[in-house]
Write a protein that binds this ligand. Sequence first.
Ligand code: FES
Ligand SMILES: [Fe+2]
Length: 431
Amino acid sequence: MNEIETLVKDDRVHRDVYTDPKIFALEMEQIFGRTWVYVGHESEVVNVGDFVTSFIGLQPVIVSRHTDGTIHVLHNRCGHRGAIVCNQDKGNTGKSFRCGYHGWTFRTNGELLAAPLKNGYPDCYDLAKNEFGLVPIKVANYRGFLFANAGDDSHGDCDISTHLGPMKACIDAICDRAPDGELDLSGGVQKYYLLGNWKTQIENLNDLYHPPYSHESTVNEKDGRQFVRRPGDGQGPQIIDSNLKRSIWDMIDIFAFDGGHSYCGPLNMGESVQTGDPVFDDYKSALLAKHSPERVAEILVEKFHNAIFYPNLNIQLLSNHIRVIRPIAVDRTEVRVYPVRLKGAPEEMFHAVVRYLNITHSPASLIQTDDLEMFRRIQVGMKSHGTDWVVFGRGFGQDVTEGNAARGFGTSELAMRNQYKAWRKYMCGAN
Ligand code: FES
Ligand SMILES: [Fe+2]
């Protein structure tokens, strides 16, 4: 593994980590195959027989609600000849899944239920022993967020609480915003594919350096913030303060943690658009019906802007949505975007999230489309032998240690340096 060690330095990584299929294959084994990976949300599998399909790296899995009410994560691979058993994104399968090839059926906890014409099997094939079922994977539920771990128990990263660490506060914050204390992520999904490596997307999520340049046509209009402008909206602030010659995003902090996770603090870009909004007033009343005024005031304080749960989950607290990153190949990635419905909040709030996502993160949006083009340009640029290194030096050496976090200024590249610290540990088998 020394070879891997040499690809990652404290402030830069070798371009091979984005382009070498052998490294990609090792990532699927050493990272996705061994740590906690987000696979779905319990609100997607509310009723017995409900399922969603997902991936742990390249491995197809099923998240299912069993007849006894428990949630299972199963390898989506038939015990007979290996076909995926579940070929839909979501649905209700009743009491069993049936493989489309030869009709083997499986209980919603993965046990083999029946194999057609089973008298044709020799006696040494004890189908009842369940040797041929859908193999289960460890699953953990943190406030509805379902994480699965395909690693074996000898691996040290098996406790979800330890894995999430201080990042639990971000999940708590978004759940607590719901008057009922729970989220609903069953309201639909947008998917986009990018012609780039999965790490390029995860690096981008807490990259506050790029917006004035990548998203120039949207955020640098001379009256600012084009994408939130509605009739009657005032002028928004410019991202680069031309008097101070610095980004307004340097007024917030990035916090990075063990395991490659990070979040950035709240971004208060001026007067809240919620002030005087009747929908917001209804929402606040719903919260007040459940909590004391002091607690409601606490819930409504924006604490986080964006949170990255390495390696594949992003919770964007600014606009109540999550993104799930799925590596497909060394140069191809799928991202799923789910709008969050806050249970107990006015339905109009959910509609507003969907409208906002259409503008910011749909395939034809004013924001995400720019990033997709940059990811493509990165993947092409990596083919150049001009230099081997990708540099994350912004803010390097200026990080401040605060308890179990490293803190950096908003536009620093701390989050990426931290991701590669975890990457190196995983890839060398140290996590
Ligand atoms: S491959 Fe599934 S029943 Fe044959
Ligand atoms: Fe962007």
